[in-house]
Write a protein that binds this ligand. Structure first.
Ligand SMILES: CC(C)(COP(=O)(O)OP(=O)(O)OC[C@H]1O[C@@H](n2cnc3c(N)ncnc32)[C@H](O)[C@@H]1OP(=O)(O)O)[C@@H](O)C(=O)NCCC(=O)NCCS
Length: 155
């Protein structure tokens, strides 16, 4: 796929990010429920920063952001919307993308948390555990799967 660099997301990247997110939704069921306003899901009011991975001659192939956490101190932020295009997977890009929130948090003295759907087959959980994240809690989400089934989230 050639050289891939990671940079801050620009507003003009959002349409491409939504295209990738739709491909990820179709192949992996993430997001589990496709939202009516996908751009809004990538630009929440409490978003703090976002990065994209860009491949030469291909364009955007990965995304991650950090978001303030309701009710937590400003010293806590959440990693959110991590996804890599299906065609760009298993080359370490997920781990590379995740390094950016980690470095940002270290630079700002911020503790990072995240929530991930409790599916044991999930590459995301494998990736998080392999890169040093610790599971501290599992709770039922306040939303449900498309078929109405309850969803549990590991924090
Ligand atoms: C989770 C996700 C971001 C991982 O992206 P990725 O770029 O494939 O991540 P990595 O390449 O760093 O790691 C994935 C696998 O490739 C393997 N891998 C990494 N580099 C490799 C290399 N050079 N050669 C061979 N395999 C490699 C890793 O060992 C890992 O395998 P494992 O899952 O069996 O441990 C991607 O699968 C995704 O977008 N999933 C859907 C969205 C999602 O669930 N997001 C999380 C929401 S909380």
């Amino acid at each position: 796929m050639g050289e891939i660099r990671i940079r801050d997301r620009q507003p003009s990247d959002l349409d491409s990010c939504v295209d990738i997110l739709l491909a990820v939704h179709t192949s992996d069921g993430y997001l589990m429920n496709w939202p009516p306003d996908p751009v809004g899901r990538l630009t929440p009011a409490d978003g703090l920063r976002a990065w994209v991975a860009v491949a030469d001659e291909v364009g955007i192939v990965g995304h991650v952001m950090v978001q303030a956490v309701n009710g937590e101190s400003p010293q806590v932020a959440s990693v959110a919307r991590l996804f890599v295009a299906p065609k760009a997977r298993t080359h370490g890009l997920g781990a590379r993308v995740l390094d950016h929130p980690r470095q940002w948090a270290a630079d700002h003295g911020i503790v990072l948390v995240l929530e991930v759907a409790a599916d044991e087959r999930s590459s995301a959980i494998t990736l998080y555990e392999r890169t040093g994240w610790r599971r501290t809690d599992t709770q039922r989400a306040h939303w449900t799967a498309p078929d109405g089934a309850p969803v549990f989230l590991h924090r």
